[in-house]
Design a protein around this ligand. Structure first.
Ligand code: SF4
Ligand code: SF4
Ligand code: FES
Length: 264
């Protein structure tokens, strides 16, 4: 239930960027949610959905957002919160209140990510990221379910590196922060470079390395990365993106030389 005449002690104040559809103009609305301990941004959005009434007491439409796992694993709930792209399921209201957000003077500001088309309100279409993973053949090529015997061995060091790369949840924070990744260009983005390394370093996954590196050599590939390293600073899963950009860059160079001498 949204509080009537809320004060900042008993309420959490939100300023939310709304957009009624992909080609509709954006506008702002404010909402007050009754405070209780252990809220997160999603539980506040659920409270707003249960009673979509603005701070001024005006009835409005439900604010739309995307989510799935509710434990910072799927990346679907990513939005810009107080100017930074992060997951709304792990954005804790108590922490934000300690940082001075959530008052009437300094509300918690929610906006959709800017590098993806808005579907509605805080829900964006991240399908460009998934299409890039498809182009890159981001999988291990094994046909059939028959017994294949023991797989190739992998050193503990490589397991450790690949585990860190495997933590990518395709959330888009790295792309939101990247100056080279724009809505209307073709840059493949840091997460795709990370996943290229992840699969190229797999003993069986490396069978498709040449095809992945061909994609990396195309327009919008790794050479468009300006190495500003904004991406690695914002990744919530601490995916080693700088390492991935350096290693895939070297793989591309070797691949290009091989192709040159083989006349392909
Ligand atoms: S690399 Fe990090 S920031 Fe980028 S999509 Fe993956 S988890 Fe998100
Ligand atoms: S290093 Fe810079 S340009 Fe390259 S992907 Fe990361 S943020 Fe973008
Ligand atoms: S709902 Fe999956 S990361 Fe937040």
């Amino acid at each position: 239930m949204i509080a009537k005449n809320p004060d900042s002690q008993n309420s959490v104040h939100f300023k939310i960027k709304r957009q009624d559809g992909p080609d509709k103009p954006a506008y702002w609305q404010t909402f007050d949610v009754p405070y209780k301990p252990n809220l997160n941004v999603i539980s506040c959005l659920q409270a707003i959905a249960a009673n979509p009434t603005t701070s001024e007491g005006q009835e409005t439409t439900v604010v739309v957002w995307d989510c799935n796992c509710l434990e910072e694993v799927c990346g679907a709930c990513t939005m810009v919160i107080n100017g930074t792209a992060r997951q709304s399921c792990s954005a804790l209201i108590d922490q934000m209140r300690e940082q001075g957000f959530g008052s009437r003077e300094n509300p918690i500001v929610l906006e959709p990510m800017t590098k993806f088309p808005v579907v509605r309100d805080l829900w964006v279409d991240r399908s460009r990221m998934f299409k890039q993973l498809l182009r890159l053949k981001a999988w291990v090529p094994i046909d059939g379910t028959h017994k294949l015997g023991a797989g190739p061995k992998e050193s503990p060091e490589m397991q450790d590196e690949r585990y860190q790369l495997s933590r990518c949840m395709t959330c888009g924070c790295c792309l939101e922060a990247c100056p080279q990744y724009l809505k209307d260009n073709h840059f493949i983005g840091a997460n795709a470079i990370g996943q290229t390394l992840y699969f190229n370093e797999h003993e069986t996954g490396k069978n498709l390395q040449g095809e992945r590196l061909d994609v990396m050599m195309e327009p919008g590939g790794i050479s468009d990365c300006g190495n500003a390293q904004n991406c690695v600073k914002v990744c919530p899963k601490e995916v080693p993106l700088t390492l991935a950009i350096a290693k895939v860059g070297r793989q591309v160079t070797v691949h290009a030389i091989k192709k040159f001498f083989m006349g392909k």
